[in-house]
Design a protein around this ligand. Sequence first.
Ligand SMILES: C[N+](C)(C)CCCC[C@H](N)C(=O)O
Ligand SMILES: O=C(O)CCC(=O)C(=O)O
Ligand SMILES: [Fe+2]
Length: 427
Amino acid sequence: MKQLLRMWCRRLACVFKMPCRQSGSTRHQSPRLPHDRRTILAAAARWHHTAPESLKCAWQLHGDHLELRYANTLMRFDFVWLRDHCRSASCYNAKTNQRSLDTASVDLGIKPKAVRVDETTLFLTWPDGHVTRYGLEWLVKNSYEGQKQQVMHPRILWNAEIYRQAQVPSVDCRSFLETDEGLKEFLQNFLLYGIAFVENVTPTKEDTEILAERVSLIRETIYGRMWYFTSDFSRGDTAYTKLALDRHTDTTYFQEPCGIQVFHCLKHEGTGGRTLLVDGFYAAEQVLRQAPDQFELLSKVPLKHEYVENVGDCHNHMIGVGPVLNVYPWNNELYLIRYNNYDRAVINTVPYDVVHRWYAAHRTLTAELRRPENELWVKLKPGKALFIDNWRVLHGREAFTGYRQLCGCYLTRDDVLNTARLLGLQA
Ligand SMILES: C[N+](C)(C)CCCC[C@H](N)C(=O)O
Ligand SMILES: O=C(O)CCC(=O)C(=O)O
Ligand SMILES: [Fe+2]
């Protein structure tokens, strides 16, 4: 055994000295490891630099990972990860952008036999002789540490004043339908603010459908594909009345709430009926600032929302489960708010003491959502279609009188983001 170790040490020492220069001054202690591995790595755990004069890149091999410093980012890569993401022709099909490597065939104890870094590229040689190369820029972009520093979805959080000051223009229907620039401008506004308007739309259901299809696939639901609605109580929901509706997001009772809601008011002869819009992420951000523990609770406690309908021929029972605030765990970035006090179901997913703290947190969020300065009121008119990010922006409406007809649809979020990415936007 001892002899084997000595041999290993010699091999490692030689492998690691060869291509890269060592820096004597930046020696780091190797992490705690089982006895034999520690001995082996005593020789390996040193910083190596691409060139003595340019210290742009340095790397160090540890017992179970590779540490790499490049472009001011300190990254740590698991060896299996490094083998799994190999972009060589036999591991990755560049035509389809799909992995060909069978990850299950990678030894979970795998370690590179040799490591080398030049100005632009990391080279790893595996025990079977296979060579993996990674561009250093690619690693920065794709490492956990690199991701952590970025946001997935750049946004501008707003209250009424911020939104008005921004003077976000509505896009003309023609340019939206006929030019990529028009569509791109619309989508950019939509991604940044979570709402966007199209003007000069012919006020029919068919024309609204054409708009929707320019951006995405329409998500057919229990309400149909394209829907019309008036205050005729044709469905068992308050939306189909003349009553006011407090701010909420829709379809919280779906396991995946609809991504986008399109509204186009085709007719209103009467008073009231203005639409209320509130940036849920702006409000949540205020909660995070004031009471981070409440923000966390809202992002951890799972809740049910439910839609039970028995009106006429419509019989539905939908249940969706998830927290009010949904965040990406690696950077705490919000991506979905599920907020509908009408459709919130019985809370039976948490014990009483957590429930009480949850109510307090919900109250803090509600107070933020209800601040008058956060409310954007608009009157929807025939010809002006509104797209709402239903994962972010809450909507509501004022009570109204007279005949009012709205048409619209839900869109699948993936397909909206797909369109945006194809136009070169970060989505
Ligand atoms: C939009 N449209 C009228 C079709 C449906 C309304 C659904 C209303 C429901 N309470 C929810 O918030 O999901
Ligand atoms: O009538 C409105 O303006 C909106 C009603 C509503 O919340 C909905 O249909 O989702
Ligand atoms: Fe709604």
